[in-house]
Design a protein around this ligand. Structure first.
Ligand code: GLV
Ligand code: GLV
Length: 325
């Protein structure tokens, strides 16, 4: 009897065939809408494995009714949607997709920085709306990137990959992280700063921290107020690291120059979200790792992680290794 794997979003046929080679597959057949909670819970009752999205809360209520569940494979590097302790207590492997998305996500984070600095969103709209009447000296003039200071908050692999890009643009790179990254300091010539110093010194503050108890609501009004008035805030990590109403207030008060956001406190956001009213805010729909190559590789990694757990092997990338001790 093959194990049963439930996939919470419609995936490409090629990926499903891979899962079908070792499991019976159930899938939520929508590309655009997340699986309703009630259906997820029904499916969890019989599932040996769950292939989840970062928008699916996986919690105690689900574990309690899922006696066969052995693996949850999240299509993301972040796993704040999953109760890890609850999974560990039950010996359920929680898997994610680190490493393979590092460079792609760094590309997006750096693009966001360039986009806000050089006002590319406004400039594209300007041309499309037929407003371009003449070349003029300060038309859509933005801010330089080269030789400015980038402050990276959360110096993991993605942070290091962004630092390499920034150094190519001749930026100065400072970082803050829970643990000092001595290797990065040597190899990339990035400099450590306490959080309070970093936010005062950086021309671009890039947030890449995972969402944890310690980082939740880290960026409040006080933090934005301490930033340079000419500084830009870029978030390519998790929206709940920011107090969004404080960011809105900081933009209103012109405490910062603008923001580039790939993530939001509550996703998705509507077209009338207050942040979208600011011309100096660029908003993206959480597409950090969204290249076709990388998303396919992430899906394949999730499949392989599930396969390994279901045949009793260790997965390639997991969050709670301690279940094997
Ligand atoms: C995306 O946000 C991820 O965690 O991979
Ligand atoms: C602008 O196009 C310039 O030639 O400076």
């Amino acid at each position: 009897q093959k194990p049963y794997v439930y996939i919470t979003r419609k995936l490409p046929a090629k990926i499903i065939r891979n899962v079908e080679s070792f499991a019976n597959v159930g899938m939520w057949e929508s590309k655009n809408r997340p699986v309703p909670r009630s259906i997820l819970l029904e499916e969890a009752k019989k599932a040996d494995g769950l292939f989840t999205m970062l928008s699916d809360p996986i919690d105690e209520q689900l574990y309690r009714i899922a006696p066969k569940l052995k693996v949850v494979a999240n299509l993301a590097v972040g796993y704040d949607n999953i109760d890890i302790q609850g999974a560990t207590n039950r010996g359920i492997a929680v898997c994610h997709t680190p490493d393979i998305l590092t460079e792609t996500t760094a590309d997006l984070a750096f693009s966001l920085l360039l986009t806000v600095a050089r006002r590319l969103g406004e400039a594209m709209d300007y041309v499309k709306e037929g407003k371009w009447n003449s070349w003029s000296p300060l038309l859509l003039a933005g801010t330089d990137v080269h030789h400015k200071t980038l402050g990276i908050v959360g110096m993991g692999k993605i942070g290091e990959a962004v630092a390499r890009r920034a150094l190519g643009f001749q930026m100065k790179v400072i970082y803050h992280n829970r643990n000092r990254k001595w290797d990065s300091e040597k190899q990339l010539s990035v400099e450590y700063r306490p959080f309070s110093t970093l936010i005062e010194e950086a021309d671009y503050v890039l947030c890449l921290t995972p969402l944890t108890e310690e980082t939740k609501h880290l960026f409040s009004y006080d933090v934005f107020k301490k930033m340079k008035k000419t500084a830009y805030f870029i978030n390519a990590g998790r929206g709940q690291v920011v107090v969004e109403k404080d960011l809105i207030r900081a933009l209103q008060d012109q405490e910062i120059a603008g923001a580039g956001l790939d993530v939001f406190e509550k996703e998705p956001i509507d077209g009338d979200h207050p942040l979208l009213k600011f011309p100096n805010v660029v908003a993206l729909p959480h597409i950090g790792s969204a290249s076709v190559e990388t998303r396919m590789a992430m899906m394949e990694r999730s499949v392989e992680n599930i396969r390994r757990v279901l045949i009793g092997e260790k997965p390639i990338s997991m969050v709670n290794e301690e279940i094997y001790q």
